[in-house]
Design a binder for this molecule. Structure first.
Ligand code: PEP
Ligand code: MG
Length: 837
């Protein structure tokens, strides 16, 4: 609705005001007036008026002062559009001068009157006249001498007497606040909180209720829910003979309820506040904190702001408001920032705890954990066996470290980016993880890590890893526990009602699948089968298979792998109870599976009963210059076809087994790293043959769906012909990003922060989907895929899958689902709902 903005608006029920022109505080005060709360006379200055003041156009002071009683004392407070964009501090007691001091001395007593005058002289001297704050500090006692001394100091420093005219004082205050808003540091601060460059400031001028005087007078704050949990609970502070929020933090303030509390001191005012709180909750549709003053027993409401809250409290409050019918369910869903759910799913460093930073890296997997530094997987296991929490610190991790990662509370690596091995596994395990902490040196000989600046942390020393912030902290700050309570589930169930894109989980093991179910994923969108072999007992088998030179040797290993795989798949199908399970055939980047170092090679030689020299020679033969672009995925599948055949057999036999005991299973089989249609055709022929064999051998009929991972640029470009052999296409944006940029996922950590700082990349493209480049390939791939096969299922399963930006894009392209790490499923469900609303 079009309103005419007056530079000065008296805040009444009917005044034309908006948060976008007068700021949130002014608008809220108007709502309080409408609700009939006892708000003192207030005038709001619009953004336009305040920016005019900063440029020397002062509004008519006489007109402004007409809004208040005779000889008022006034306060001025900032009113930015969003409360957390900040603004200059409030200035109180404008109007204090020699005459008011004399008059108030009679009414309130000389000490109280002098106190008020001293406070105002200090505020005016420091904020308006910009004089040295030390000269105007508050004296221990509000004596006449102290006041006279400061008035004299003012006159000397400012080269004019302290102004006595309220109009002069008020215009000085307004000018200083308007200019403070335009200062560089204030602008940078608010821009960091999301404010636009041209964000405006409104100001609120209000008649003071003094909070001082012979009868019970004071000021306080009250709220009706607990800011940490969101549970209903009356809390707050009140202090007799005081003004403003600042006074409440010190000694001398009392609690709201209980022995000696405000409730007993001013029962009527307390009862009125409870009513006001309930009214605000219902009509402002929000839990508010009320700032109030008591003046000779009479209650005044000065202001109300949204209760500050933790993520957990935010969820509880939103759900409670919706359950009470105060807001709609869709509003509750919209009120929670998806990233905030991360705080609920994992332990967090208590925001109130002191942080002593050791080093920063990439925040690869959220949550926080404390433990002793260990530098190898075996030490991590030993620590776990002793029941000692530990943090595994490595240059980078390989599959040999998996057992150590399982045993550790958190993982820190020097190298690697957001899709490196440590990061992917950490997210999958729900383990806090920081990667790419490139300023850290791991000195295994000296058994310590060396932080930037040279500080050494010995093995065994306790550190804390904050995977949410991407930071490592010294010692053991307090942690907050996760909170997967009823409100969390309720909110996500509501979100599902609005969502129009599927959310599946990337889950490799039965443990992952159970987490996926807990978070209500709609199936598994990516099971990385090579990850099933990261376990200690199995990695040897995987290596034997990779090492086998003769087909007979390989077949012997595959015969041992088959029952393991079959049992894995049966478990996944059973846990998912008929929900789709998409199994990706082996895609082992060989370097991730080869032993590194002599000890690993010796172990392998023992396992294979081969001379060490043979193992070394074979490793050399298998070593690739560019393993991520080498013998991976379907390339291995086509050159050594027995591997995929074994996997297909395991999948189909598990299908028959699981369908016998539960819901019929239609497995999805996915081919990785495809770049040519012919690859799909060849693999499809072999898998069809295995399916026919299993059908014949078991006498059962089952269906399966074959799909292709689109993760090379060529697969996206050739999607039309590839789609002719695929019933679904799933875009692997990790490899697609790597190959589109020609940027190694495992090495990008080294220069990524420099690149982002230089503005070459806006953000790390492995973290935030690059819509311009990678997105273009996704668009081309999905359009050509649909052209090749009408109604083909389209999905995205890279690490980007859980992010709002990727979900937004996928909705736009009408993808069927996204798939992400199990712990990101709740965030994805909420983001998807918010995007649909
Ligand atoms: C991808 O490349 O996006 C993907 C999901 O596969 P991986 O991370 O296993 O290479
Ligand atoms: Mg990939």
């Amino acid at each position: 609705q079009q309103i005419t903005v007056q530079p000065l608006t008296r805040v009444t029920e009917t005044a034309a005001m908006t948060a976008a022109q007068h700021g949130g505080r002014a608008k809220c005060l108007q709502r309080l007036v409408r609700l009939g709360l006892p708000v003192p006379p207030t005038v709001a200055l619009s953004f336009g008026a305040v920016s005019g003041i900063a440029r020397g156009r002062m509004p008519d002071m006489a007109q402004m002062l007409e809004a208040f009683g005779p000889d008022p004392l006034l306060s001025v407070r900032p009113s930015s559009q969003e409360a957390d964009w900040g603004g200059p501090g409030a200035i109180l007691n404008i109007g204090m001068n020699d005459a008011r001091h004399a008059a108030l001395s009679g009414r309130l007593g000389e000490a109280a009157a002098t106190q008020l005058y001293l406070r105002f002289v200090r505020a005016y001297a420091v904020h308006v006249a910009r004089l040295d704050p030390d000269v105007f500090d508050m004296p221990a006692e509000p004596t006449a001498e102290a006041l006279a001394e400061r008035l004299r100091a003012y006159e000397e420093e400012a080269e004019e007497p302290f102004p006595q005219d309220i109009a002069v004082q008020l215009s000085g205050v307004l000018r200083s606040m308007a200019r403070a808003w335009e200062g560089t540091s204030a602008r940078l601060l608010r821009e960091a909180k999301g404010a636009p460059a041209d964000a405006g400031l409104g100001l609120v001028v209000q008649e003071m209720a003094l909070g001082l005087g012979p009868e019970e007078s004071g000021s306080g704050l009250i709220q009706f829910v607990d800011g940490a949990t969101g549970a209903p609970r009356v809390t707050g502070r009140y202090r007799s003979q005081s003004q403003g929020r600042a006074a409440l933090s010190g000694a001398g303030a009392i609690e709201m309820t209980g022995e000696g509390g405000f409730e007993g001191l001013c029962p009527e005012a307390f009862a009125a506040l409870l009513e006001h709180g309930a009214l605000c909750r219902e009509r402002l549709r929000e839990e508010m904190q009320i700032e109030f003053t008591v003046q000779a027993g009479r209650l005044r409401v000065l202001d109300a702001v949204r209760v500050q809250r933790s993520a957990r409290a935010a969820v509880n409050i939103a759900v409670a408001l919706a359950e009470d019918g105060v807001i709609a369910r869709r509003d509750a869903v919209m009120r929670i920032a998806p990233q905030a759910l991360g705080e609920l799913l994992h332990r967090q460093v208590d925001p109130a705890a002191a942080r002593q930073s050791i080093v920063r890296g990439i925040a690869a997997s959220p949550g926080a954990a404390s433990g002793r530094i260990v530098l190898s997987a075996s030490e991590a296991q030993a620590a776990a066996a002793r029941g000692e929490p530990c943090i595994l610190v490595r240059r980078e991790t390989t599959p040999e470290d998996i057992r150590g990662m399982h045993a550790a509370q958190a993982v820190l690596t020097v190298r690697g980016g957001i899709t490196s091995h440590a990061a992917v596994i950490g997210r999958g395990l729900g383990l806090p993880c920081v990667v790419g902490a490139s300023e850290l040196v791991v000195d295994r000989k000296a058994r310590c890590v060396i932080a930037p600046g040279g500080r050494r942390f010995a093995e065994g020393e306790v550190i804390t890893l904050d995977g949410t912030a991407g930071e490592v902290l010294a010692g053991q700050p307090a942690l907050l526990e996760p909170a997967l309570d009823g409100a969390f589930r309720t909110l996500l169930d509501w979100a599902d009602d609005f969502r129009d894109i599927g959310v599946r989980a990337n889950a490799d093991t039965p443990a992952d699948a159970r987490i996926a179910r807990t978070f209500a994923a709609e199936g598994i969108g990516l099971c990385r089968t090579e990850h099933m072999f990261f376990e200690e007992a199995r990695i040897g088998l995987m290596r034997e298979m990779i090492f086998a030179e003769e087909p007979a040797d390989r077949r012997a290993v595959l015969d041992r792998l088959l029952p393991l795989q079959r049992a894995d798949f049966t478990a996944l199908f059973e846990i998912m109870e008929g929900q789709p399970v998409c199994i990706r055939l082996f895609d082992p980047p060989l370097h991730e599976f080869l032993p590194s170092g002599r000890a690993g090679m010796r172990e392998l030689a023992e396992g294979l009963a081969l001379p060490l020299a043979d193992v070394e020679a074979r490793i050399e033969a298998l070593t690739e210059y560019n393993p991520m672009l080498g013998m991976r995925g379907v390339r291995l599948g086509l050159t050594v076809p027995e591997i995929y055949e074994m996997q297909a057999r395991a999948i189909f036999e598990a299908t028959v087994e699981a369908s016998g005991s539960g819901a019929p299973v239609v497995p999805e089989v996915m081919i990785p790293l495809v770049s040519a249609m012919k690859e799909v055709e060849l693999v499809k022929g072999r898998i069809d043959a295995v399916a026919a064999q299993v059908r014949a051998a078991t006498g059962s009929t089952f269906d399966y769906r074959l799909g292709v991972m689109v993760e090379t640029p060529r697969a996206a470009l050739r999607a039309e012909e590839i789609a002719q052999h695929a019933s679904f296409l799933s875009f692997g944006t990790n490899d697609l990003t790597q190959m589109t940029y020609g940027l190694s996922r495992d090495d990008a950590g080294r220069f990524m922060s420099a690149y982002v700082q230089l503005g070459v990349y806006e953000e790390d493209p492995f973290l935030t989907l690059d819509l311009e480049g990678v997105g273009e390939l996704l668009r081309i791939g999905s359009e050509r895929g649909r052209a090749g096969r009408e109604g083909i299922t389209l999905a995205l399963c890279g690490e980007h899958g859980g992010s709002r930006k990727a979900i937004d894009f996928c909705r736009g392209q009408r993808f069927d689902y996204v798939s992400c790490s199990p712990f990101r499923v709740p965030l994805a469900r909420l983001s998807a709902a918010q995007l649909a609303l």
